[in-house]
Design a protein around this ligand. Sequence first.
Ligand SMILES: *Cc1c(COP(=O)(O)O)cnc(C)c1O
Length: 365
Amino acid sequence: MIPMVNLKAQYADIKDEIEQGLARTLADCSFILGPNVQAFEQEAADYLGVKHAIGVASGTDALHLALAAEGIGARDEVITTAFTFIATAEAICYLGAKPVFVDIDPKTFNIDPLAIEGAITAKTKAVMPVHLFGQPADMARIEQLCARHNLKLIEDCAQSFGAKINGRQTGSIGHAAGFSFFPSKNLGAFGDGGLVVTQSDETAAKVKRLRNHGSDVRYYHDVIGYNSRLDEMQAVVLRTKLKWIDHYNQARRSRAQRYSQLLADLPLLTPSEDGLGEHVYHQYTLLCERRDDILTALQDRQIACAIYYPVPLHKQNVFKAAYADIQLPVTEQVAAHCLSLPICPALADDSIEHIAGVIRNVLTA
Ligand SMILES: *Cc1c(COP(=O)(O)O)cnc(C)c1O
């Protein structure tokens, strides 16, 4: 059995430090916005090269609160991708704003800057690129067009912790960004967690207020807020894992290179790095006409694999009536042929060879 991510192996390496930290928190009984959340926020801000990092309850909340703090509201349009996890669009909808889905680049699967330009209307308030599967979107062009059209740039960094582009961390480029610490993400907690980052003092102050019932001073409430704090226990886990993140991401990159080497001559498209940024391979996702045959063969051999994402957002039941008139041919084509293989720092080389061998058998038999 080969899983998509081997969290047990990762835990074994860092077990002692995490268990000591958790034991201290249990002894202190300081569970909400305690010393570890504060320390993690500072450590994450330093790592990411941003002025502020604010821990929240999930990646979905991070995007929601980032958009809210940047002033996105009812009837505003936010241009984003349909080839992503639903949370990208949910965060926009929570505010009464409308996700405007545009097409993606066929090689990187990231939002196409030219398509963004074509979708801008008088109602457009923000652009939300997703650094999908760990590869940074084309931020130089997106940043430029946001500046030219006076739009907010909010990055969905749920899959890109530690990915860099032009020497800058994803999350440090836009007006604000949201990260997820869902357990299987590159930097994962032992439950839900998220982070908003920003260079703006004003945005940071708003997010801090929003995550804690609209309050700066206890029992004095300035706005309607939420209960969306990063848990102290999760902060303990994240502080330990943050020390390892470069090692984890490097291990993912080298495993991805190994797959691509082994699969290079087959009739499929291995993930392409656009050379603009550093891909951190949250997923290793290939394209193949015979995707479903490969999927069956891997599953028959107890090898996990997954289709991220089988149904683009504009075709989801929740959205399809409202978006019946749009076509995103590249998105639809990619969704029909993509397949993600197991990838994580603990994935052994013989497992990669085995998986590549199964795929080779399917495509050359
Ligand atoms: C995981 C994910 C989210 C949401 O994060 P949660 O922590 O699960 O709420 C948002 N966007 C993308 C692209 C994701 O992969």
